[in-house]
Design a binder for this molecule. Structure first.
Ligand code: ADP
Length: 248
């Protein structure tokens, strides 16, 4: 238990460091973005300036990417007020509502099968961030023709220590992952989405889940498009309340 605690403290410290650096980078970054914008504005139209303008545009693309990364780290640093008791429905329905239009755009049908009304104690905005990451990843993984997203909740038991809690599974019919991808998904900055991805979503999610004494598991295959990827989030009932959830 002691090593587990030390590990989660270490992860929390890394998270704080990441958000502190992001915060410091954000202001100069915005200043540079404005300057690049102004450069583009004042540059006279001429034959030889088209090359300069293409450099400016490339610089702007890279800056936007940095902005995406700092924004994601900063969102993570915004702590919620403290642990709150909520149901799975409380956690999930605002996300499904907010992302409704995006699901439509991607031709994704969503089904929520809620099999438990139990309350869990957690940092609500953090757990919502984890669920949002998982759900948006699923949507991104869907084929052009759309797909199906199935979100299931039920009571569950952590077999490793017989701690009870809830399990939320998010199953998609997307492209799936090969085993090489699977071994890297929790690493910071690992992404297969090129400039569209930051590779921070699952890294941050794993950190949040560890702090809640929960688990994040994944099953995926490339062979069967019907199954795509299934992420399972287990959270003990009192994961955010104390160091020994079994006794809380
Ligand atoms: P990002 O989404 O910015 O790439 P993440 O850390 O959220 O960063 O995800 C890392 C990688 O894990 C993704 O680039 C993708 O390759 C893979 N991945 C995550 N979720 C899924 C999913 N549901 N289906 C297929 N691949 C996924």
């Amino acid at each position: 238990l002691e090593t587990a605690l030390r590990e989660s403290e270490k992860l929390a410290a890394v998270g704080r460091l990441a958000s502190a650096i992001s915060h410091e980078i954000n202001n100069p970054l915005e200043a540079v973005m404005n300057l690049v914008y102004l450069m583009d504005q004042v540059l006279p139209e001429s034959e030889q300036n088209t090359e300069v303008r293409s450099y400016i545009r490339q610089a702007d693309e890279e800056l936007k990417r940095m902005k995406l990364i700092t924004a994601q780290a900063l969102r993570f640093s915004k702590q919620s007020h403290g642990p709150e008791a909520v149901t799975c429905e409380d956690l999930l329905s605002p996300i499904i509502e907010i992302y409704g239009p995006r699901f439509k755009n991607y031709n994704v049908t969503v089904e929520l099968r809620n099999r438990t009304d139990q309350h869990i104690v957690c940092m609500v905005s953090e757990i919502r961030q984890v669920l949002t990451n998982l759900i948006t990843n699923s949507v991104h993984a869907m084929h052009a023709g759309g797909g199906r997203l199935l979100v299931r909740t039920r009571e569950a038991m952590d077999t490793r220590n017989e701690r009870r809690g809830i399990a939320i599974t998010i199953a998609d019919t997307g492209v799936g992952m090969d085993s090489a991808t699977m071994t890297n998904i929790y690493k910071a900055f690992f992404t297969t989405k090129g400039l569209q991805g930051t590779g921070l979503g699952l890294w941050i999610s794993a950190e949040i889940v560890a702090r809640h004494h929960g688990h994040l598991d994944v099953r995926s295959s490339r062979a069967s498009q019907r199954h795509g990827t299934v992420f399972r989030l287990f959270l003990p009932y009192q994961g955010a309340a104390g160091e020994d959830p079994a006794k809380a």
